[in-house]
Write a protein that binds this ligand. Structure first.
Ligand SMILES: *[C@@H]1O[C@H](CO)[C@@H](O)[C@H](O)[C@H]1NC(C)=O
Ligand SMILES: *[C@@H]1O[C@H](CO)[C@@H](O)[C@H](O)[C@H]1NC(C)=O
Ligand SMILES: *[C@@H]1O[C@H](CO)[C@@H](O)[C@H](O)[C@H]1NC(C)=O
Ligand SMILES: *[C@@H]1O[C@H](CO)[C@@H](O)[C@H](O)[C@H]1NC(C)=O
Length: 606
């Protein structure tokens, strides 16, 4: 049967081959050239009939205008603060020019590819179509190979360069999969089963009998056990929200995203709730599968990352309606010709899906990312513009900052070497995408109480995105106190600084495969910070105010007064001690961790 299907595809190609004047004026201009990131080696040519799902981005006609709107509606000092845009308003601003649509359609139809082969994004700024490698190679004047990522065994059908015919060149911003080698990873350094079983453990109510309470700045008292394992109760104590719950009556929603086939197990969630939030024990969340994302409830196939994100984000905000987005993408390349290779660009797959929804969760947490230099610039810019669209619509996006300190997210910070992928093999710090996108809020990690920066907390400066003005004063303040010449040449002082904020990032007590265990990583921090943002949205919604939306202009102008400034610890990597957490913003813990009691007053003043 599968053989028949490929015969069918053959006949389609044969039809296409008959079309005259293929590729219009077939003179191609090079669109992009990349170097394969370290660790990838080129294998054999990709089979000519292997099907790839090609995604073509058309230039957004008026992104600058969209950007102006995002900043105006997110800036508390602007008259339009909180006046978020509708789906239709955003689409109008990012829709490609009709001339681009026509030019690209003509180019595709010269290969026999018509409307029925094309899927279009809501704003028509992306076209997706399935084509055999042979045809893609002709369209893009390139040669695909099967590439191997040696350390993981991952394979992908990719190329180092591609072109677009001159007469459509300006109407195509990028095409993938071509040059995208990023391996999106979950930001979770370790998972270990807990030596303490829940039955032996103190219940939250008994927590204080576990030793003298920990005392923090301002006299805050926290259970002694919170220095060994972080529970919902610990986070409520540390972040000044004891007794605060979410609401299912004000229209508020929270979501976490999952990639890489991760899904969250409901039986584990129930065990977690029995242990840490008994009131939530019968609650669940909505699973939304994007592009065939999985949701097997087989307990031995659950993901640590997905369980962590759902248990903490939803546990802190219960009974707020909760959504789990599971996005498929990046299946391994199987050289059987029939399995289409997905595009390895799950952010845009997810963006297409959510941007098509009328109503969106106001707060969304993501704990996945990769070294910025493994993502082609064109793709990173375009995905970031997609995040800006969500910001314009009033969505707060939280991304974990990564777990490699100032360095490589792939390597142990203690031993990592950090090498640029620009052909020069320079030693340099390696920032994390998407946390470096200026339209998202990057979340770094802390440990213990009183809190210090956790050493793996990724932070630094983007080599791609320049510094947005909302963080000028904060970042310049940090740079001024750095001793002259510090890490000279290792980072870009004019780049967007990240993370923006932080939260606890180690020793999270989760349930996985029926047992409790501890997790470390900025993956813990992102859903935690997101939960507090969601609780703040409850406060705003209950007072008839719009949600916070894109957070950074608020955080850097007034919100920082409701954050605990973290001033101890550092984030080693690349053979250095990394940056120090300092007074004010720093590229380890950003502006700091939430103090809910103060933030809830602040969000009512804007
Ligand atoms: C959960 O459901 C069970 C069975 O229906 C019920 O006995 C229990 O009271 C419920 N718990 C809560 C906290 O709602
Ligand atoms: C659950 O997953 C495990 C591991 O993948 C597999 O061996 C087992 O057969 C699955 N069980 C069911 C009922 O599908
Ligand atoms: C950079 O490193 C790569 C991989 O080790 C090597 O092939 C290349 O020649 C090096 N380039 C320079 C300029 O040293
Ligand atoms: C971090 O702080 C330590 C101790 O004060 C100091 O020796 C070191 O130079 C600082 N590092 C940076 C990068 O500022």
């Amino acid at each position: 049967m599968q053989f028949k299907r490929s015969l069918f595809i053959f006949s389609l190609i044969a039809l296409a081959l008959g079309a005259p004047k293929r590729g219009l004026n077939a003179r191609h201009k090079v669109k992009e050239v990349v170097r394969a990131p370290r660790g990838w080696v080129q294998g054999p040519p990709a089979p000519a009939d292997h099907i790839i799902k090609l995604r073509i981005a058309l230039p957004q006609s008026n992104f600058q205008e969209l950007e102006r709107h995002v900043y105006e509606v997110s800036d508390p000092s602007h008259a339009r603060y909180g006046q978020h845009l509708s789906k239709e308003e955003v689409e109008e601003l990012v829709a490609p020019h009709p001339e681009s649509v026509d030019a690209v359609d003509a180019w595709l139809s010269s290969f026999g590819l018509g409307e029925s082969e094309c899927e279009r994004s809501p704003a028509k700024d992306w076209i997706t179509l399935r084509v055999p490698v042979k045809l893609a190679e002709e369209m893009l004047d390139t040669k695909y190979h099967v590439w191997l990522h040696e350390a993981s065994g991952d394979t992908a059908v990719r190329t180092l360069t591609y072109g677009i015919p001159e007469d459509v060149f300006d109407h195509v911003e990028l095409v993938q999969p071509t040059t995208m080698f990023a391996r999106m990873k979950s930001h979770k350094t370790t998972f270990r089963f807990s030596p303490i079983q829940p039955s032996d453990k103190l219940s939250p109510a008994e927590g204080t009998s576990g030793g003298a309470p920990l005392v923090g700045p301002g006299g805050t008292q926290v259970d002694a056990s919170c220095n060994q394992e972080i529970t919902l109760s610990c986070l409520q104590q540390i972040y000044n929200s004891v007794g605060v719950t979410g609401s299912n009556k004000d229209g508020n929603q929270i979501a976490v995203t999952a990639y890489l086939g991760q899904f969250a197990n409901l039986a584990d969630l129930k065990l977690f709730y029995e242990d840490q939030n008994p009131a939530a024990v019968n609650s669940s969340f909505k699973v939304v599968s994007v592009n065939g994302g999985q949701n097997s409830q087989n307990v031995s196939q659950a993901g640590v990352e997905a369980n962590l994100d759902t248990q903490f984000a939803f546990g802190l905000t219960f009974p707020t309606p909760a959504t789990f987005f599971t996005t498929a993408g990046m299946p391994p390349f199987i050289s059987d010709l029939k399995t289409p290779t997905d595009t390895n660009e799950p952010y845009t797959t997810w963006l297409d899906f959510v941007l098509a929804q009328k109503t969106l969760p106001q707060t969304i947490s993501t704990s996945y990312g990769d070294d910025e230099q493994t993502v082609p610039d064109s793709f990173a810019l375009r995905a970031c513009q997609g995040f800006a669209q969500l910001g314009a619509r009033g969505v707060s996006l939280l991304f974990s900052s990564g777990d490699g300190g100032v360095g490589d997210n792939d390597a142990n910070p203690a031993t990592q070497i950090c090498i640029s992928n620009d052909g020069k093999n320079k030693t340099e710090f390696l920032p994390t995408f998407p946390a470096t996108c200026p339209f998202v809020t990057g979340v770094g990690g802390t440990i213990g109480f009183p809190e210090t920066a956790v050493d793996f907390s990724a932070g630094g400066f983007s080599n791609l995105f320049s510094r947005p003005s909302y963080q000028d004063a904060a970042v310049e303040g940090f740079l001024r106190q750095l001793p002259k010449g510090t890490f000279s040449g290792l980072f870009n002082p004019n780049g967007r600084g990240f993370p923006d904020v932080a939260a606890q990032g180690a020793n999270f007590l989760i349930f996985f495969e029926g047992d409790s265990g501890l997790v470390d990583g900025t993956s813990c921090a992102a859903p935690t910070f997101a939960a507090f943002v969601s609780l703040l949205n409850d406060v705003r919604l209950e007072h008839g105010k719009p949600p916070l939306g894109f957070l950074n202009p608020f955080l850097y102008s007034t919100g920082f007064a409701g954050l605990n400034d973290i001033t101890a610890g550092n984030n080693p990597g690349c053979g250095t001690e990394g940056f120090n957490a300092t007074k004010g913003w720093d590229p380890v813990t950003g502006l700091g961790t939430p103090n809910f009691g103060i933030l809830k007053e602040l969000v009512l003043k804007v």
